[in-house]
Design a protein around this ligand. Structure first.
Ligand code: ADP
Length: 297
């Protein structure tokens, strides 16, 4: 659906935001997971034709199977693209209905009746129909993000890019938002960029982990988790001994449970007495990949 080959980008300040990024993104939900500063937004903006890479290429499959060159054929890409940027701002004094109508005009929906139908359909789909007359300034964070999805879906895009959409949403709003994305992902390619591991676990059949401009892993979450089987160990330690464990073992994560640190350690064998095997999860995969990269650097 979307083929990305060796995309690289160095900003004027010397930051290597993208370092030969290669990815194959199929239809459905694709999770792009990485910490802040990993390069996710740089990649999303490049795919959304908003900035140029230094080198590399990207191709999007068009409606009749044709190959659209993302970097050269920007207008063709934009016709197939819905984008919800990280800093999606709305006009606070305008109603959702009026602003969506306005965006629809900009998208080129010139036929008045058709436009009305589209706007109504989208407001229903993102569950904002009852709130359509309200000013956007009165919307909650989750409602604003759902409005952001409605505008991204204008013009029936084949590729939808959402950049860090769940940051700042409470758990209920987040769930609602992710369910909406999953529904959309049944028909088109949706790239969900996030630093929240659960966003990917709950929702994405395929994913990539990215950090410091590099793709560290790509594939199915279940396969990546399976590959760590019998190599993750848990122990409750004390705060005083924690640095010692960190020096001796590959500590993936530390969580406070009842005030005591519980560590997850990556090791082919039981690291030492007192460690118990745990079933790995995507968070273990994520931290293991980041650790490996840090070690290699
Ligand atoms: P993410 O979305 O994963 O947080 P970004 O793509 O925003 O990552 O940033 C990747 C790196 O590039 C960061 O170190 C960031 O500070 C830097 N960066 C992003 N945009 C610019 C820019 N316009 N100019 C200079 N550096 C930038």
């Amino acid at each position: 659906m979307l083929t990305i080959r060796e995309l690289s980008k160095t900003y004027a300040n010397g930051v290597h935001a993208l370092n030969r990024v290669t990815l194959d993104i199929p239809r459905g939900m694709f999770g792009l997971l990485g910490p802040n500063g990993a390069g996710k937004s740089s990649l999303m903006r490049t795919l959304a034709t908003l900035q140029e890479p230094d080198s590399g290429e990207a191709f999007l499959e068009g409606p009749s199977g044709e190959r659209i060159d993302v970097l050269r054929d920007k207008d063709a890409v934009r016709r197939q693209l819905g984008y919800l940027p990280q800093d999606f701002g709305v006009y606070p004094k305008v109603s959702a209905e009026d602003l969506l109508e306005h965006f629809a005009v900009l998208k080129g929906l010139t036929d008045r009746r058709q436009r009305r139908e589209t706007v109504e359909g989208l407001l229903q789909q993102v569950n904002l129909w009852d709130a359509r007359k309200r000013k956007l300034g009165t919307y909650s964070g989750g409602m604003r993000q759902r409005f952001g999805i409605a505008q991204a879906l204008l013009g029936d895009p084949r590729l939808v890019i959402v950049d860090e959409p769940t940051a700042g949403l409470d758990p209920e709003e987040r769930n609602r938002f992710l369910n909406l994305l999953a529904e959309i992902g049944e028909n088109v390619a949706v790239i969900l960029s996030t630093h929240i591991v659960e966003d990917v676990t709950d929702l994405c059949p395929t994913m990539a982990i990215m950090n410091r401009g590099q793709v560290l892993l790509t594939g199915k979450p279940a396969d990546a988790i399976g590959a760590l089987q019998a190599q993750v160990w848990r122990k409750q330690v004390t705060k005083a001994t924690l640095p010692d464990y960190e020096a001796r073992h590959t500590v993936l994560s530390t969580r406070l449970v009842g005030g005591h640190p519980v560590i997850h350690v990556f090791s082919a064998q039981r690291p030492e007495e007192g460690f118990e095997a745990v079933a790995p999860d995507l968070e273990d995969v994520y931290f293991q990949r980041l650790r490996l990269q840090a070690k290699a650097a």
